[in-house]
Design a protein around this ligand. Structure first.
Ligand code: OSB
Ligand code: MG
Length: 372
């Protein structure tokens, strides 16, 4: 496969409700979309998951825009690929970091290759699951009562897992209130987005009696050593999100004992090749994985759903339906959930949804094209 052109576009989509995590709040998503054009005229859309501010990882939509336009796209356009699996190593050569920028192009190559092969992306990567169990990620609420209402409503809607964002002062007691209302069988977990230090270990051990599926990334965004110490002091499994940026980091997690579960976001790890390698490694090591989300539009969601069809994605993913986030998504059909399951579009080639180019054009605030 050989690319002729990559077009970058920024669109803005208002979230139905503000989303607050320990490190910041968003009300509107600035979304960087790519359109890749092959030398045969085939096209594929992809999405960069970087946020507006550097509060999740060092990357932002603005750094990613610059890196894609100046480095990643020219490099991707510079050669032909036998297979999209070659792109990750090529993008890593003498090019440090910027995983989200690289991932947007890398995933687009996978989407394009699947389209060119007339294969659904999920099948193209070896996915086996026809449907993905869906979890919801609930932002920090105004009070324990407000949280309880949201948790109960989510379980009533059929969500198979409820992730509760926490921070100091809004943690054990709030989650206990949710557990008491939801009952012992509900699949609950917490996500701290780095809000704690090892000094909080005793406080975090308070989660152990609440039977959580896991606690996600309690400590620093790039830490493994302290998480290992914390995991020795907790019964609740630690799941790493921010800290796992490559296969090497997943191997280090296992070697150190920093966690027992991995949240795989393909954008965070440099794309599909890296995500699949982490998936395969975790499968060999008996570590369950699940697919996280970054408030992607329906385009990014298509890649997450395809990835989550791999066999070791045994835990529900943060792949909520379009209507949870947006008044109107940019794909057709929109992503929907039935009985807590999102169906993998195995009956359509490529990413499995049509992209609404007219509404994207109307929403675009800037664009740029890089050609061969
Ligand atoms: O920590 O998983 C996270 C969204 C933005 C940044 C970080 C995270 C999240 C989510 C959202 O939890 C999950 C979703 O897309 O529904
Ligand atoms: Mg997280």
């Amino acid at each position: 496969m050989r690319l002729d052109q990559i077009t970058l576009r920024e669109i803005r989509l208002a979230l139905k409700e503000p989303f607050r995590i320990s490190s910041g709040e968003i009300r509107e998503r600035r979304i960087l979309l790519l359109e890749l054009v092959g030398d045969d005229g085939a096209t594929a859309w992809s999405e960069c998951v970087a946020g507006e501010a550097p509060n999740y990882s060092p990357e932002t939509i603005d750094t990613a825009w610059t890196m894609i336009e100046r480095y990643v796209a020219p490099r991707a356009l510079s050669r032909a690929f036998e297979h999209p699996g070659e792109a990750h190593a090529f993008f890593e050569q003498d090019f440090r970091g910027h995983q989200m920028a690289k991932a947007a192009v890398e995933m687009g190559l996978w989407g394009l290759a699947a389209a060119q092969a007339s294969d659904p992306l999920a099948r193209f990567i070896g996915g086996t699951r026809p449907g993905i169990e869906v979890g919801i990620s609930l932002g920090i609420q105004s009070s324990p009562d407000a949280l309880v209402a949201r948790v109960v409503a989510a379980l009533d809607e059929g969500y198979r897992k409820v992730k509760i964002k926490i921070e100091p002062g809004r943690d054990v007691e709030w989650v206990r209130a949710a557990r008491n209302a939801a009952g012992a069988a509900a699949h609950l977990m917490a996500d701290a987005n780095n809000a704690y230090t090892l000094d909080d270990a005793d406080r975090l051990a308070g989660f152990d009696e609440l039977d959580l599926m896991m606690i996600e990334q309690p400590l620093a965004w790039d830490d493994l050593v302290r998480h290992a110490e914390l995991q020795r002091r907790l019964r609740t499994p630690i799941c790493l999100d921010e800290s796992i940026t490559s296969l090497d980091r997943a191997q280090d997690m296992v070697a150190l004992g920093s966690g027992r579960i991995v949240n795989i976001k393909p954008g965070r790890v440099g794309g599909f090749t890296s995500a699949i390698a982490i998936h395969d490694y975790c499968q060999q090591m008996g570590i369950p994985v699940w697919c996280g989300g970054m408030f992607e539009s329906g385009v990014g969601r298509a890649y997450n759903v395809a990835l989550a069809s791999l066999p070791n994605f045994t835990l529900p993913g943060d792949v909520s339906p379009s209507a949870r986030y947006w008044a109107r998504d940019i794909v057709d059909p929109e992503w929907t959930m039935h009985d807590g399951i999102v169906r993998v579009p195995l009956d359509r080639p490529g990413i499995g949804v049509a992209v609404d180019a007219a509404s994207i054009a109307a929403l675009t605030v800037r664009s740029a094209s890089v050609r061969r």
